[in-house]
Design a protein around this ligand. Sequence first.
Ligand SMILES: Cc1cc2nc3c(=O)[nH]c(=O)nc-3n(C[C@H](O)[C@H](O)[C@H](O)COP(=O)(O)O)c2cc1C
Length: 193
Amino acid sequence: MPRRMIVGMTGVTGAVFGVELLRRLRQQPDVETHLVLSPWARSTVRRETGLSAHEVIDLADATYAWNDQGAPISSGSFRGDAMVIAPCGLKTLAGICTGCAEGLISRAADVTLKAGRRLVLVARDPLSESHLDNMLALTRMGARIVPPMPACYYRPETIGDPVSHVVVRVLDQLDIHVPSAQRWNGMSHSPAL
Ligand SMILES: Cc1cc2nc3c(=O)[nH]c(=O)nc-3n(C[C@H](O)[C@H](O)[C@H](O)COP(=O)(O)O)c2cc1C
């Protein structure tokens, strides 16, 4: 039985993270992806990646309309393993936090939490007190907040490098190991005191 990952993409900047995640998951022979794009995600995908929504949908094994509350992933009986929302807008994050599951992305996330499965939110933006409160509340509910914060210790050279770095951290949360990932291995020498 393949591992079933639900991927939601919302309409905030950072569509590249969702696209790179789908590409990486596609390389995993035992992973099946179920994708939902919010209406605004279709717009940010076009603007930020140059891809059409259809090209992104083609990266997934199954896809559902953003408002299809009757989709299989809308139900706790769907045998999913985990869900990632990348990028995750703060409106969607607030909806999940309060249980106000408007749209299929929030509903599937709500079900993922309810079922005690892994929920990973790649949330970015300047953060207000309410956003931080929501993130803390969701962390306490079991979600993993993984803001797309790239590391610099491996000296990224292209825009794709930090995107890959962040996506590898997301895959870590799903227990998917990427052998080629660059990881911190300690200093080769101690700094002079
Ligand atoms: C190009 C673009 C970039 C955006 N970036 C952000 C962002 O970084 N953070 C945010 O909260 N909203 C951002 N928005 C606004 C969201 O699209 C808006 O909040 C929308 O209601 C999100 O809906 P969704 O979460 O259902 O996709 C952006 C909109 C556009 C068109």
